[in-house]
Design a protein around this ligand. Structure first.
Ligand SMILES: Cc1ncc(COP(=O)(O)O)c(C=O)c1O
Length: 373
């Protein structure tokens, strides 16, 4: 049996992709906002139900350039302006803040759904705070109502890292519409991929030109360079992959749902294993299947279970361990004991394999191995 990895990239039927990219051989137009970029941008705008959307080379550049476009920091030097965020995330969220010359301030998470603890945000606000950057981690939606109230009260921007929540709805509303900006990742490992890619979704029309300038060198026309921009444009091949994968997204999500349900059937009643919560207001995308293992009740630690699965060629991932505030590049400046819930979860979490093509019999095998533990 081949190794079963935590995820496997979704790919459209090869003929469909070849049909899509044939035009590129005719036009020889490979990047620089060509027809595929424009078509994908427009299709995605309707699918996500958002007012404005800019496409990027990846989700990280969407986040990093969004912070820059909002004018919160100064990329040329460190400022002491602060952004309240979660340590329970992928490196990108925090790096985007720091690379803008801003200071991340880590807020603890909630034990129930691992998103930022909205009740602990206000105590961290100072006269230097300029924004809140929460993460819909594993597709669990943050308390957007309360975060919005806090942001309005203190005049702060809210940038959602929505990398895990593509295609989801909360109380019937599509997730890309929340906050000042919501950023998605279309990395190969995500529910929806463009090989590499990302997008920023926003309501404020004036942000569009700034984001566009930042992703395209500030070039307005052949003789006008109006802003000091970078290069973070999505190319025509990635946009073509997006056009194809978008046609299959609902089928992808329903296949993942079946995998999720199968895991739950097996694991729901096991003492010491906590499953990702199910919130009745959320329409999920089943991006991840994290379990939190309590060694005292389960009898084995997260690391024991990890080793056991790896020995059987099942490769789960410790998402998210280590915590960002324990990373080598941040640990001298932060103390992860100040975010104890995040620390607790990070030390016990294991993300099990989940993807559309994962056979249910393999889910049974994985659960049997967990049972043996
Ligand atoms: C929470 C989170 N934020 C940001 C990113 C960055 O996205 P990308 O890999 O597309 O740059 C990722 C994923 O990789 C992620 O999981």
């Amino acid at each position: 049996m081949d190794k079963i990895l935590v995820t496997r990239s979704s790919m459209p039927p090869i003929d469909e992709f070849i049909d899509e990219i044939k035009e590129l051989w005719d036009s020889h137009w490979l990047t620089n906002m060509g027809v595929k970029h424009k078509q994908f941008q427009s299709e995605l705008r309707s699918y996500l139900g958002v007012k404005n959307i800019e496409l990027f080379t990846n989700g990280h550049m969407a986040l990093e350039l969004t912070l820059q476009a909002l004018g919160l920091g100064d990329v040329s030097k460190s400022s002491d302006y602060e952004v309240i965020t979660t340590p329970y995330t992928f490196a990108s969220t925090t790096h985007a803040i720091v690379r803008n010359g801003l200071k991340p301030v880590f807020c603890d998470i909630k034990q129930d759904n691992y998103t930022i603890d909205e009740d602990k945000i206000e105590a961290l606000i100072t006269d230097k705070t300029v924004a809140i950057m929460p993460v819909h981690v594993y597709g669990n939606i943050c308390n957007i109502e309360k975060i919005n109230d806090i942001a309005q009260k203190h005049n702060l921007k809210v940038i959602y890292d929505a990398a895990h929540s593509f295609g989801e709805r909360y109380k019937g509303v599509k997730v890309g519409t929340f906050g000042d900006v919501s950023c998605f990742s279309f990395h190969a490992t995500k529910v929806f991929n463009t090989i590499e890619g990302g997008a920023a979704c926003f309501n404020d029309d004036s942000l569009g030109q700034r984001l566009y300038d930042l992703k395209n060198f500030g070039i307005h026309d052949a003789e006008t360079v109006a802003a000091v921009g970078s290069n973070a444009k999505m190319n025509e091949f990635c946009a073509s992959m997006g056009i194809c994968n978008l046609r299959h997204i609902s089928e992808e999500i329903s296949k993942r749902k079946k995998v999720d349900e199968r895991y739950r059937q097996h694991l729901e009643k096991i003492d010491g294993i906590r499953l990702n919560p199910v919130d009745k207001d959320t329409e999920y995308n089943y991006a991840y299947f994290p379990i939190v293992i309590d060694e005292d009740k389960f009898g084995k630690s997260r690391d024991d279970v990890y080793e056991k699965l790896v020995s059987k060629d099942i490769i789960p991932r410790k998402y998210f361990y280590p915590l960002v505030n324990d990373f080598d590049c941040y640990k001298d400046k932060y103390d992860s004991s100040k975010t104890p819930v995040a620390k607790y979860v990070s030390d016990r979490v294991l993300a099990l394999p989940i993807y559309a093509g994962l056979e249910l019999s393999i889910v049974d095998d994985i659960c049997e191995i967990l049972g043996e533990c």
